[in-house]
Structures are given as structure tokens and as C-alpha cells.
Design a protein around this ligand. Structure first.
Ligand code: FE2
Length: 156
């Protein structure tokens, strides 16, 4: 169904829509992984990590909405269904059960690192096709890299 007319030509729209969809699933999955660890973390550093993880959830939820609505704005239907997220996220699956605080930090360093790598690829791929979407990816990358720094600092 064709509802919203895109301001972009087809080639550019394809590039940008793939980048936005990829960012959407990565950010939805990041919010789920961060909540899973938020609930399951155990150990002496429980409280600080438990609270820090909700800051990641807030960032991921905020930006998942930003990229999904950017897709809609460009006339592309965003797909945030659970099966789609599970099938195409760039974040490794998290094991079930309690998570030791040191492992929790490592899981977040890895998850954020994976999403950041893919987000930087989107910054590079969308510059010519749509600088407006590129600007969104740049802002998201900056926020994710700040979280990445803080979790790496936890292991200092
Ligand atoms: Fe909570």
C-alpha cells in the first residue's frame, strides 16, 4: 500500500530505508537486552549497573522511535515486530538466567559495540542519499558511544 510520498528518488530511498530498518531492529533489541540484564544482574555492583542499564533503555527506546518515524516520514513502513527484531538484530543473543555484575558490563560493552559499528556504517552509507537521515544516525551514534564509554570505564 502506497500512502506517503517520499521526497527521495528510488535508489536513495532504498539505501536509506534499509539503514533505518536496520537501526530500528538494533535499537529495539538493545532496549530488550538492557532490560533483560537490568532484571537479572546480581553481585556487589548490582545497584549502579541496574540503574545505568535503564539509561541505555531510555536512549534505545527514544531513538528507535526516531528512526521508525523517519522511515514513515519517507513513505517506508517500519517493521518493529518481535520476529523481525529477532531475525535481523546485530546484537548477540543473551543467555537466560542471572547475570554476574562483571558479565553484565561485558555484555553491554559487546552489545553497544556491535550496534555502534553498524550505526557508523549507516552514517557512511546515507550521506549522499539523505543527509537528514544521516544526521539522525550521527546523533544516535554519539549517544551510544557515550554509553559505550561508561560501560568500558566500569572495567577500568
Ligand atoms: Fe526497573
Amino acid at each position: 500500500m502506497y500512502v506517503v510520498k517520499s521526497p527521495l528518488p528510488d535508489d536513495d530511498l532504498k539505501t536509506v530505508s534499509e539503514a533505518l530498518q536496520g537501526a530500528l531492529v538494533d535499537l529495539v533489541d538493545l532496549s530488550l537486552v538492557a532490560k533483560q540484564i537490568h532484571w537479572n544482574v546480581v553481585g556487589p555492583r548490582f545497584r549502579s549497573i541496574h540503574l545505568q542499564l535503564d539509561e541505555v533503555v531510555d536512549t534505545a527506546r527514544l531513538h528507535s522511535d526516531t528512526v521508525a518515524e523517519r522511515a514513515s516520514t519517507l513513505g517506508v513502513s517500519p517493521d518493529g515486530r518481535a520476529a523481525t527484531v529477532a531475525g535481523s538484530s546485530g546484537i548477540a543473543a543473551v543467555p537466560e538466567g542471572w547475570v554476574k555484575d562483571t558479565d553484565a558490563v561485558g555484555t553491554l560493552v559487546a552489545a553497544l559495540g556491535a550496534v555502534i559499528t553498524r550505526m557508523r556504517e549507516r552514517v557512511n552509507s546515507t550521506g549522499d542519499a539523505d543527509p537528514v537521515s544521516q544526521d539522525i544516525f550521527i546523533g544516535i551514534t554519539a549517544d551510544l558511544e557515550k554509553h559505550h564509554w561508561m560501560f568500558q570505564a566500569e572495567n577500568g
